[in-house]
Design a protein around this ligand. Structure first.
Ligand code: 5GP
Length: 210
């Protein structure tokens, strides 16, 4: 069985990544979403083991020391990291694994696992991002401002990603993401075993002809 694709998805807060991921998993069953460990406190409605594994600083530092995390980063005063075991297990089962992580972690994955595919989700414009954040009505002007500042910082690294995904409309965005993964699966260099088999069969055929 072929190994799945490891897809790293980053994007501005408010770009709608969460909705896109949720819809992708509902529509296609060959995906697995990695659940990270974090030291940040759960938000209302979040459950341990669903959104994140909520752990203490000491517990996360032990995971780091034991090399149990594929990558980790500090983000606004907290640790966030990707447990290695689940990702490796799902990939070996042929699932496409999605890591929804920030930019520093994405760069570490690219360094460690060059065959990972890096995708950056962005709204069509910063104006639209501002309107979405304001429209949610859940955040104060201050929080909206700091999220936009953060978006401005993160935009500096966009060109290091393999693909840009403009989230103008959720369903279209989900399908484009799925198409990216399908195209990656068709890359010749990801299918070396298949190529060898076909070449071997062709050689046997040619021998038979002589
Ligand atoms: P939040 O606190 O809003 O859930 O997440 C903050 C940021 O951390 C988001 O950009 C999210 O994508 C990122 N993040 C979540 N899990 C991980 C992880 O395992 N590793 C890294 N590097 N970033 C993560």
């Amino acid at each position: 069985m072929s190994k799945g694709i490891l897809a790293v998805v980053s994007g501005f807060s408010g770009a709608g990544k969460g909705t896109v991921m949720k819809r992708l998993l509902e529509k296609h069953d060959d995906y697995a979403l990695s659940i990270s460990v974090t030291t940040r406190a759960p938000r209302q409605g979040e459950e341990d083991g669903r959104e994140y594994f909520f752990r203490t600083k000491e517990e996360v530092e032990k995971l780091i020391a034991d090399d149990q995390l594929l990558e980790y980063a500090e983000y606004v005063g907290n640790y966030y990291g990707t447990p290695r075991f689940y990702v490796e297990e799902m990939l070996s089962k042929g699932k496409n694994v999605i890591l929804e992580i920030e930019i520093q972690g994405a760069m570490k994955i690219k360094e460690k696992i060059p065959e990972a595919v890096l995708i950056f989700v962005t709204p069509p414009s910063i104006k639209e991002l501002e309107e979405r954040l304001t429209g949610r009505g859940t955040e104060s002007q201050d929080v909206i401002h700091s999220r936009l500042m953060r978006a401005a910082e993160e935009s500096e690294g966009m060109e290091n990603y393999d693909y840009l995904l403009v989230n103008d409309e959720v369903d279209g965005c989900v399908e484009r993401l799925h198409q990216i993964v399908l195209s990656e699966q068709s890359r010749a260099r990801r299918n070396e075993d298949f190529i060898k088999t076909i070449q071997e069969e062709a050689r046997i055929f040619m021998k038979g002809e002589n």
